[in-house]
Ligand binder design. Structure first.
Ligand SMILES: CCCCCCCCCCCCCCCC(=O)SCCNC(=O)CCNC(=O)[C@H](O)C(C)(C)COP(=O)(O)OP(=O)(O)OC[C@H]1O[C@@H](n2cnc3c(N)ncnc32)[C@H](O)[C@@H]1OP(=O)(O)O
Length: 219
């Protein structure tokens, strides 16, 4: 499957690259938040744009030809740095850190003003995005991975911007289909619930390299 790249990097070098990826993405996240909330005038906007263009030019000096893909070491250590939810190097990602327990998986993340939908509330599509990754990662961790076939979300009440908690567990497995359910809550109150059907795609039903299979998990 193209986009899955085995790339063995020794742990020390990987730790260094992870730190760099997190640092630049963190700076841009801060910039996004500052952009959403700025009240400065035309002169400051023009100056900020000039500096941002200069920073972009520096980053453009050496670029991948396309998306980051999913990279993994032979031991299965995975990097999904471009992922829209988890991506260490993706400023669009909050980023979310999903924790896996024996029976369930969970996350806690602070969703700021850049994720607004209705005034002061998290955009419903953003919650669906978080659910998709949380439920999909839960299926992966339990060893029954798949691509999202169907994702349903029931929005019970508005989710205020700020800290949220997500929880998910595998409900059942039927052949190549894994049914996962989850909730998002704020201050212990459930604001949205979801069910996802994750389907092991045809290309993964036969021979898949062991390192790639093991790479299933957090990245
Ligand atoms: C090494 C291993 C790697 C594993 C894999 C990597 C996963 C890595 C995940 C990362 C963590 C996830 C978090 C982000 C998850 C995304 O964002 S995934 C991106 C969004 N989803 C997609 O792009 C999926 C696009 N759709 C597809 O690729 C294909 O339609 C699907 C979903 C794989 C299914 O196609 P298919 O393999 O041809 O399915 P098919 O054999 O016809 O049907 C199998 C069964 O599923 C049912 N089914 C088919 N489509 C659907 C559907 N849409 N809804 C419900 N049921 C369906 C069929 O009825 C059938 O049921 P049974 O007859 O067995 O009871």
């Amino acid at each position: 499957m193209s986009g899955y790249i085995q790339e063995d990097i020794d742990p020390e070098e990987l730790a260094h690259r992870t730190e760099l990826a997190s640092a630049i993405a963190g700076s841009v996240r801060d910039l996004i938040d500052a952009t959403v909330r700025t009240e400065v005038g035309e002169t400051d906007i023009a100056e900020a744009r000039r500096l941002i263009a200069a920073a972009t030019e520096i980053l453009r000096k050496d670029q991948l030809p396309g998306p980051f893909g999913i990279r993994f070491n032979a031991d299965g250590t995975k990097r999904s740095w471009g992922n829209a939810v988890l991506g260490r190097r993706n400023p669009i990602a909050p980023p979310v850190d999903i924790r896996h327990e024996t029976e369930h998986s969970w996350l806690e993340v602070d969703l700021g003003p850049q994720y607004e939908g209705p005034a002061g509330l998290v955009h419903g599509g953003v919650l669906a995005l978080v659910f998709d990754q949380l439920l999909g990662s839960t299926a992966e961790f339990q060893g029954v991975p798949g691509m999202t076939g169907t994702l349903t979300v029931r929005y019970r009440r508005g989710t205020p911007l700020g800290p949220i908690r997500g929880e998910a567990r595998v409900d059942r497995v039927e052949g190549v289909k894994t049914f996962v359910t989850g909730t998002i809550s704020v201050d212990g109150e459930v604001t949205a619930e979801s069910e996802g059907i994750f389907i092991l795609p045809r290309w993964a039903r036969g021979e898949v390299p062991e390192a790639m299979r093991k790479s299933v998990g957090e990245g």
